[in-house]
Structures are given as structure tokens and as C-alpha cells.
Design a protein around this ligand. Structure first.
Ligand code: TYD
Length: 134
């Protein structure tokens, strides 16, 4: 299973680093929503869902965490450990976020506004949606 991890180019100088992310340039879609998770309790696993249409880029802007991606056939774990790394997560992809460090801030750039009807929260339904277990 192929995963797309971006390495964003920082504008670094003697003062420090700055990363700018523009829609259709650094982020491959129109950014309609940004949200972020922080103060995640130890041993918590978030996510446990897929989306029918939503595309996302995940950036752990501080600390680190791991993302488990599952397309119904294969699973892959990707670590996000640097603020210049971005993981693309397509629609039709079951995701779980875990192993958050206490200082982790996981920022998500999303292609759509929040819409509960876009979520698939049942794993069996997800497998049917992606054409497995029919
Ligand atoms: P939830 O879907 O449980 O987060 P995760 O998938 O990371 O475990 O979302 C937690 C709560 O936040 C839930 O009540 C829905 C709400 N929420 C919004 O209102 N807007 C958003 O953009 C997101 C992602 C969640």
C-alpha cells in the first residue's frame, strides 16, 4: 500500500523555521477546514473511522504520533515526528491515530466542512463500502 508523505520546505533562517501551506500548491485540495488535537491522554487511540469523500493532510506540528492506515486490504503505520512532514489521507481509508506524546499537536487540513454523514464509523460497513466482504 502506497502512502504519500510530503516534506514541506521550511523558510529557515537564523531566527528559526517557518512553514507556509497553500491550497492546490502544498496541499492538493481546497482547504475548507483546519482542526487539531492536543492534550491527548496516554494510550488513547483516536479515529476508528473512514470518510466517503473527505481528503486530509495530517501534520504533527509538535511532538509525535503514529497513524494506522487501512484500505481494507492492507494496513500501514506511518510515524509523524517532524513539523515539516505531512501525511495525505484519502477518502475510503480507515484511520487510527495513536502513540501520541504528551506534547503532541496533530493538525489536520481537510477538503470539506465537518459533516457527520461523510463518516463511516463501522468497520464492516467500511469493508463493504470499499468492495470487500460483499
Ligand atoms: P471525533 O470524530 O470523535 O474525533 P476523532 O475521529 O479524532 O477521534 O470528534 C470529536 C468531537 O469533535 C465530536 O463530537 C465531533 C467534533 N468535531 C467537530 O465538531 N468538528 C470537526 O471538524 C471534527 C473533526 C470533530
Amino acid at each position: 500500500m502506497q502512502t504519500i508523505k510530503y516534506t514541506f520546505q521550511p523558510h529557515g533562517d537564523e531566527r528559526g523555521q517557518l512553514i507556509s501551506l497553500e491550497e492546490f500548491k502544498d496541499i492538493p485540495f481546497r482547504i475548507k477546514r483546519v482542526y487539531y488535537m492536543y492534550d491527548t491522554a496516554a494510550d488513547v487511540v483516536r479515529g476508528h473511522h473512514a470518510h466517503r469523500n473527505l481528503e486530509q493532510i495530517l501534520v504533527c506540528v509538535h511532538g509525535s504520533c503514529k497513524i494506522r492506515l487501512d484500505n481494507g486490504r492492507e494496513k500501514k503505520v506511518v510515524a509523524l515526528e517532524k513539523p515539516y512532514e505531512g501525511l495525505y489521507v484519502s477518502n475510503n481509508m480507515w484511520r487510527e491515530m495513536f502513540d501520541f506524546t504528551h506534547d503532541a499537536v496533530l493538525m489536520v487540513f481537510a477538503s470539506e466542512l465537518y459533516d457527520e454523514s461523510d463518516y463511516i464509523r463501522d468497520y464492516e460497513e467500511f469493508l463493504k463500502f470499499v468492495g470487500i466482504n460483499e
